[in-house]
Ligand binder design. Structure first.
Ligand SMILES: Nc1nc2c(ncn2[C@@H]2O[C@H](COP(=O)(O)OP(=O)(O)OP(=O)(O)O)[C@@H](O)[C@H]2O)c(=O)[nH]1
Ligand SMILES: [Mg+2]
Length: 225
């Protein structure tokens, strides 16, 4: 059903004000040398698990923090705290995505000396794509059990991301998921995507992803120097 003119105007207003808050957050974070990454994907595709694996690798050398977005519960933040990282839970109480104003409300709690700030968005491959949170990098995750037909069905998440992570790669031998085809399709939609395959079970792809993040942090430091 087509949106009415009034609905379109309201949406433009919400996205416009979100963009302003996000731009101010991005400037504050980048000025402090904090690299922020916003993770988008369907529920259960492995966002928190990937953050646990990356966090464990990075935490000896860098200061890492995580903002967790969920509709309800503090479960993901508790998982992150268990591995020794600070985590701030935002519960949206029904909203299917995080908005920049939600981050602005907790911004004072984020230590200024962080190197990496990961933001796990609410599990949803649709709405989060429209809301800039002031991140420097956006990740879209797709897990092997979800199927390899998703990039063209949910293009916005792929168009607006810089990084595409195929998660649960350990399941490739058991499921009809063509990783090469899905990679090619994602790159047709957005040729600039950096593509990684990861598995939390075998550890595949975690090190290259950490190296990429370190490279991006270095680029931010060079820009700030
Ligand atoms: N086989 C396999 N299972 C995984 C992998 N990564 C995560 N899982 C499992 O997938 C399930 C969901 O993982 P989560 O990390 O909680 O997923 P999520 O995207 O954070 O979920 P929401 O926060 O609810 O959106 C858990 O049972 C994980 O153990 C992986 O690499 N391989
Ligand atoms: Mg999670």
């Amino acid at each position: 059903m087509e949106k009415s003119k009034k609905e379109v105007l309201v949406l433009e207003d919400i996205l416009g004000s979100n963009k302003k808050i996000a731009s101010s957050i991005r400037k504050k974070l980048e000025d402090k040398g904090i690299l922020a990454a916003n993770l988008l994907s369907s529920p259960g595709s492995g966002k928190t698990t990937l953050l646990e694996k990356i966090g464990l690798k990075l935490k000896d050398r860098y200061r890492v923090g995580v903002i967790e977005g969920d509709i309800e519960t503090e479960r993901d933040a508790e998982r992150i705290r268990k591995i020794g990282l600070p985590a701030w839970q935002i519960t949206t109480h029904g909203a299917c995505h995080l908005e920049a104003k939600m981050l602005a409300r907790i911004f004072d709690q984020i230590p200024a000396d962080l190197n990496f700030l990961f933001i796990e968005n609410v599990g949803n491959l649709v709405c989060p794509a429209s809301f800039d949170l002031g991140e420097s990098l956006r990740f879209v995750l797709l897990s092997v059990p979800e199927g390899d037909d998703k990039p063209r069905k949910y293009p916005e998440a792929f168009i607006t991301s810089q990084v595409f992570v195929i998660t649960k790669a350990d399941l490739l031998p058991y499921l009809p998921f063509d990783a090469d085809r899905v990679t090619a399709e994602a790159l047709e939609i957005n040729p600039k995507l950096e593509v990684f395959r990861t598995s939390a079970i075998t550890g595949e792809g975690i090190e290259p992803l950490c190296q990429y993040l370190e490279k991006k942090l270095q680029e931010l430091r060079t820009k700030n120097a």
